[in-house]
Design a protein around this ligand. Sequence first.
Ligand code: PEP
Length: 250
Amino acid sequence: MRKPVIAGNWKMYKTPKESLAFLDAFLPLVEGHGRDEILLFPTMSSLAYVIEASLGTNVCAGAQNMHWLNEGPYTGQTSPTMLVSIGARHVLLGHSEQRLYFSETYERVNLKLKAAINHGITPIVCFGEMLAEREDLQTADVLRTQVRTALRNISASEARRLVVAYEPIWAIGTGSTAHPDVAEQAHGIIRQELAHCCGLETAEKTRILYGGSVKPENISSLMAQPDIDGALVGGASLVPTTFANIVKYE
Ligand code: PEP
């Protein structure tokens, strides 16, 4: 009932030329693949090129971040109307690299989430605990607070478009993938909190992706978990054959 999403986050990698070379190799590998939604998140400088080159295919591209206002004196930012104007219909919000290195907060994620929904953009909102929080048995509390803050005053109908990613910070770019049981437990906590914020029906319909060192070798065991509805893939999404193997997991 929840169509899986396999998303590639290219972080700060690939020029427009490299992005188009990726598509040349990747699109034929996933042509006709309809089981999962396939998303790519290139850098802002490549986004319009990737969107144009993916038109008419089964791959969609979105932005790695955005501001919540339509315009203003905010150097370095991109607005929701600007994203819509180039055909972007997806945005990553609250990625841990934004939280850790650029002081992103869930209060701001909440504003961005509302703006995305108002502009018809699908937000993929990231949640996840740090290693010290997990070791301190704080994971459930941390996740609940993050979800509650990000979804403040979001109604069930607004949350209809929402996609969530559970990305434990200790698993991102480290090669230490969460054990499927550990990820499943965290997804359960997030789904419970979604139900609390936006109702049971919305919670049951919302796709919750796992992210953190996903590779072709571990995608199947993660996807076998009932509450894991897809993957947000960083490093392994940069190579066309590797990412295609993740998309086409068995
Ligand atoms: C990410 O960037 O969201 C991510 C999960 O990275 P990696 O797959 O490299 O851990």
